[in-house]
Design a protein around this ligand. Structure first.
Ligand SMILES: *Cc1c(COP(=O)(O)O)cnc(C)c1O
Length: 431
């Protein structure tokens, strides 16, 4: 048994009765006093623990874990992952700039996904020398060849194929069906690789697949990889050997916490992939995002008011949908825990933010320990697609971010100011 398999699913815990909630060895109450709220807090230790699970589960293959930057693109987190051997999956030129700012030597471990790459983004990635472009259409492949020819830099590419497998998840984050905008119909893959085989500016480097996000079962990953492996063997026979298979990301977590065993989940996922890749000896790329960072993070908020309207009780916090949009966007569930629980009977409440939208809620009809103005709460499992999807709606400065490493907490992004928000705007004051 590795220690990881017995570890708690989250780093947030109450070490002793009455001590309040901690992230690892650091008190959240103290962090709130020091840095204010709303505040994102992440555990570096848990992120690395999750990275190691992936790196070790595929020990039989030459494996590169390319963290999906869009899940949480904080420079400090990118640097942490790069130091421990991760590569990166990016979906924009901006994300490539982030990766190079955080880890200047990691271009050779970057794969570039996304359905709408611009010529400028392609040029930047070609000049940086990324590992491969995951190409999502025939037109994109033509454009890539053209940019590579102009820059006289050969482009390594992988076709992102669409395997037409159904993955049970929220419809907004399911991507592996023929009707979705993502990827190239796998049935056209062989012909497309063949059609560019003679192009001196394109190198058929790999093949990739990504069927969606927050997928709880390992089966659809196995089904997708089986289809991809079949195509790889066909390509081999056709004289087009590939260096790598990129299995994408998408492995889900349990937002309800409880008995979630991350190590067992990764083993099950690895087994499904290994079964599908039986006999494959090339390199394996993986693109986990959420699984590495979601449970490592919490959004810390302070209760502003407790208000009754008719039969309902609303707990209004200083965090809002602009800070964490997942409940509003995907009807997502986040566990909410008081940092210092009060005695008393639980009450059924809505936890909401101050933004002028009825969609601005974190929980509806949730039974929580009693809360009063001034109390701190933690919204758990907010490390992925939290800060990354935040906005300035209602002219709200985005939260600060803190990374906890062992006994130390480090500010990795200062709180925005209103001046930050106004800075790009152009206006004329008439007198
Ligand atoms: C979003 C995305 C990922 C990561 O998905 P998670 O669900 O966060 O693991 C990986 N690869 C591609 C191409 C993506 O678009």
């Amino acid at each position: 048994m590795t220690s990881a398999s017995t570890a708690s699913p989250r780093p947030f815990h109450i070490p002793q009765p009455g001590s309040g909630l901690y992230c690892g060895a650091v008190s959240l109450g103290k962090l709130a006093r020091q840095f204010g709220t709303p505040l994102y807090v992440y555990s570096a230790d848990q992120i690395l623990e999750r990275l190691r699970l992936f790196q070790q589960a595929f020990a039989g293959h030459d494996t590169l874990v390319c963290y999906a930057v869009k899940a949480n693109s904080a420079l400090a987190i990118l640097a942490l992952l790069a130091q421990h051997g991760a590569g990166f999956d990016i979906v924009s030129g901006g994300e490539l700039e982030r990766v190079l700012a955080a880890a200047p030597d990691s271009a050779g471990r970057v794969v570039f996904s996304g359905v709408g790459k611009t010529p400028a983004e392609m040029d930047f990635a070609l000049e940086s020398g990324i590992l491969e472009f995951n190409v999502e259409s025939e037109a994109e492949l033509e454009l890539l060849a053209d940019r590579a020819r102009r820059l006289k830099r050969k482009a390594r590419f992988a076709l992102r194929v669409n395997p037409d497998v159904f993955a049970e998840t929220h419809p907004y984050i399911s991507t592996g069906l023929r009707e979705h905008k993502f990827g190239i119909d796998i049935r056209r893959g062989l012909a497309l690789y063949k059609s560019v085989a003679g192009n001196r500016w394109l190198e058929a480097h790999g093949i990739s697949v990504h069927i969606g996000s927050q997928i709880r079962s390992a089966d659809p990953f196995g089904a997708a990889l089986e289809r991809v492996h079949r195509l790889v063997r066909q390509l081999d026979r056709a004289g087009i050997p590939l260096c790598s298979i990129d299995a994408g990301g998408g492995l889900g977590i349990d937002y309800h916490g409880g008995s979630f065993d991350a190590a067992a989940k990764v083993r099950e996922y690895a087994q499904a992939l290994e079964n599908a890749l039986d006999g494959y000896t090339g390199r394996l790329l993986l693109e986990p995002g959420r699984f590495l960072v979601a449970q490592a993070g919490a959004l810390l908020a302070r209760v502003l008011h407790v208000k009754r309207n008719g039969s309902k009780t609303f707990v209004i916090t200083d965090a809002a949908m602009n800070d964490l949009i997942r409940p509003a966007l995907y009807q997502a569930h986040h566990e909410i825990v008081p940092v210092r629980p009060r005695a008393g009977k639980p009450r059924v409440v809505d936890v909401v933010g101050p933004v002028c939208e009825s969609g601005d809620f974190f929980a509806r009809d949730r039974s929580l320990a009693p809360l009063a103005p001034g109390d701190l709460i933690a919204l758990l499992d907010a490390g992925a697609y939290g800060m990354a999807q935040s906005s300035n709606y209602n002219t709200r400065p985005r939260p600060a971010e803190v990374l906890v490493e062992g006994r130390k907490a480090r500010l990795i992004r200062r709180r925005e100011t209103i001046a930050d928000l106004l800075a790009p705007e152009i206006h004329v004051i008439e007198d």
